[in-house]
Design a protein around this ligand. Structure first.
Ligand code: ADP
Ligand code: MG
Length: 346
């Protein structure tokens, strides 16, 4: 009986989630209906069914766009929602374990309740129609503000936006969730409020079409500049997307968003992918010579982009830094013409 399926939440750090969910999965397959698992579940459990949205209940409206996972639709399910349909790769050999990975990632999402994180509402777990349903963001992404509309933000606004991103990210990390895909396209500005999307979903892309060409990972444009050196270095050895993402690699990506806010463009703007991989993998950073900003502002970049994982700050430290920053000056990169980089735009 499906209603017996439970997800046991024993440890909010998330470190135990595989073993806990393996237990759920083995319980599902009838291998372990044992008493210990059930007593856990009595204490602290959540039925996966609560998050399973029947596909038939979703009303699809316009297609908003396509991304790494598949298509995103505006839809209706008890009001406006965003429906992220995952295109499942039928060539994929290990679909069962990947469906379990999907369920694991969904199980993490349900723990997220923060005003700077998109509201996770549920998922369709039918293997034919895998979809994630979240609240609909009605405004623009930070990417659109910065790279398409070419808006310039005053320092005051930059600090408010960065602080809200840091608050949402700090919350995720406290819950043991690594975002793995923090970028300006996954940050909406809804009436001045930051809403971060797509956290913890990166591994779901294992289920999807179009991310691999043979043994090679195809690199989406505009993605490389968010990848920490340790992630870049393992791109070549890429194996089933097991890239070494961590809280520290999320902080590196945050550094890139901070740079975008300050400069209106991506670091390594205009450089070909091979050159970015070569430079970042060897610990080189975007030069800040042209950035007219205080040392404290630049130090945020340098510390987030530190080559050594241990040297990168955590979000509470970043938030303390932001509280101290003077808010008056407009940060500018005058010598960098603000234009879209073909290599970084999609
Ligand atoms: P990417 O993040 O690379 O843009 P996605 O698959 O996440 O790719 O998104 C595809 C499109 O759907 C983008 O235009 C994105 O802004 C939009 N989108 C994603 N999530 C939401 C949401 N919750 N509300 C509104 N639009 C969204
Ligand atoms: Mg996205």
């Amino acid at each position: 009986d499906k209603s017996d399926k439970t997800l046991v939440d024993t440890n909010s750090s998330g470190d135990n989630r595989s073993s806990v969910l393996d237990r759920v999965d083995s319980t599902e397959s009838g291998e372990d209906g044992g008493g210990q698992g059930l007593s856990w579940s009595r204490v602290n459990s959540m039925s996966i069914k609560e998050w399973d949205i029947p596909y038939e209940e979703l009303q699809f409206e316009d297609r908003i766009g396509d991304g790494r996972f598949g298509s995103v639709y505006k839809g209706n399910w008890h009001g406006d929602v965003a429906i992220k349909m995952l295109t499942v790769d039928s060539q994929q050999t290990d679909q069962t374990s990947q469906l379990q990975a999907f369920k694991r990632e969904i199980a993490m999402l349900r723990k997220t309740r923060h005003e700077n994180l998109v509201l996770f509402m549920g998922a369709c777990m039918n293997p034919m129609h895998l979809a994630i349903v979240t609240s609909l963001c009605k405004h623009q992404t930070l990417f659109t503000h910065i790279h398409l509309r070419k808006e310039k933000f005053a320092m005051n606004r930059i600090i408010i936006i960065a602080s809200q991103i840091a608050q949402g990210m700090g919350y995720l990390h406290a819950k043991g969730i690594v975002h793995k895909d923090l970028k300006s396209k996954n940050i909406f500005i809804e009436n001045g409020k930051v809403v971060i999307t797509d956290f913890g979903l990166f591994n779901v892309t294992k289920l999807c079409h179009g991310n691999r060409k043979g043994e090679w990972l195809s690199i989406p444009p505009g993605w490389l500049c968010y990848l920490a050196p340790e992630v870049i270095r393992s791109l070549q050895a890429f194996n089933h997307m097991d890239l070494p993402f961590s809280k520290a690699s999320d902080v590196y990506a945050f550094g890139t968003v901070w740079y975008e806010l300050l400069c209106g463009e991506w670091p390594f703007h205009g450089h070909p992918s091979e050159s970015i991989i070569w430079q970042v993998g060897r610990g080189m950073k975007q030069s800040l010579g042209a950035l007219q900003a205080s040392k404290d502002v630049k130090d945020v970049l340098m510390s987030c982009w530190a080559y050594s994982v241990d040297e990168r700050p955590n979000y509470s430290r970043l938030l303390k830094t932001f509280e101290r920053l003077p808010r008056k000056r407009l940060a500018r990169c005058p010598s960098h013409p603000i234009q879209l980089s073909r290599s970084a735009e999609s």
